[in-house]
Ligand binder design. Structure first.
Ligand code: GAR
Length: 213
């Protein structure tokens, strides 16, 4: 059984999707940089150990990241899962967990790294938007891509309606990626390329707006 540590900063709906998913893994702890993160209460109510490493208490990123790594390592995880963890991480921290840290981002990377992805997709007139799970490297909201889900952008979409459509897919692809990792099927190669064994072949395309025929 693999051990997972989940890092959150807020609501924790991706964390909850992971807690609800069946996988050969145990969530050893949920850690937040913000004591007010709603997801902490959810974790506690599910009987999962939780901890806070408050970034405001540290003078710089390096000191925060060192304290965070100490807390993470107490649980000896095989995998660190960033689930709405809204801190920029230092290269030292990222390298420490190379090949065993995943992130989910609410856009089809490499489009729209950073914040306010749904607003920016709407403003850009994108017809297709989505979400990405990737291994974490030093590049912000980037890194070798594991899985993506695409959704149509509809003419009357608001930021909220688009975010909700994307979030539903986040809750599907994140547990899938974590399950692959825990089954030993997903690895990051030394060349920074993703190796996924026994994956099915895609069987269609999302075209938005749809073709007439
Ligand atoms: C999710 O949409 C996640 O993709 C995003 O924050 C939200 C957290 O929601 N992450 C990022 O923007 C990372 N750059 P959640 O707390 O309900 O899982």
């Amino acid at each position: 059984m693999k051990r997972i540590v989940i890092l959150i900063s807020g609501r924790g709906s991706n964390m909850e999707a992971l807690l609800n998913a069946e996988m050969p893994a145990r969530v050893a702890a949920v850690i937040s940089n913000d004591p007010a993160a709603k997801g902490l209460a959810t974790a506690r109510s599910r009987g999962v150990a939780s901890a806070v490493v408050e970034h405001r208490a540290f003078g710089d990123r390096a000191a925060f990241d060192a304290a965070l790594a100490d807390e993470i390592d107490r649980y000896q995880p095989d995998l660190v899962v960033l689930a709405g963890f809204m801190r920029i991480l230092t290269e030292t921290f990222v390298n420490r967990y190379r090949g065993r840290m995943l992130n989910i981002h609410p856009s089809l990377l490499p489009a729209f790294p950073g914040l306010e992805t749904h607003r920016r997709a709407l403003e850009a007139g994108a017809r297709i938007h989505g979400c990405t799970v990737h291994f974490v490297t030093a590049a912000l909201d980037h890194g070798p891509i594991v899985i993506q889900a695409a959704v149509p952008v509809l003419p009357d979409d608001t930021e909220a309606s688009l975010a909700a459509r994307v979030l539903r897919q986040e809750h599907r692809i994140y547990p899938q990626a974590v399950r692959w990792f825990c089954e030993g099927r997903l690895k990051l190669g030394p060349d920074d390329r993703v190796r996924l064994t026994e994956a099915r072949t895609p069987d269609g395309a999302l075209v938005s707006p749809p073709l007439d025929t």
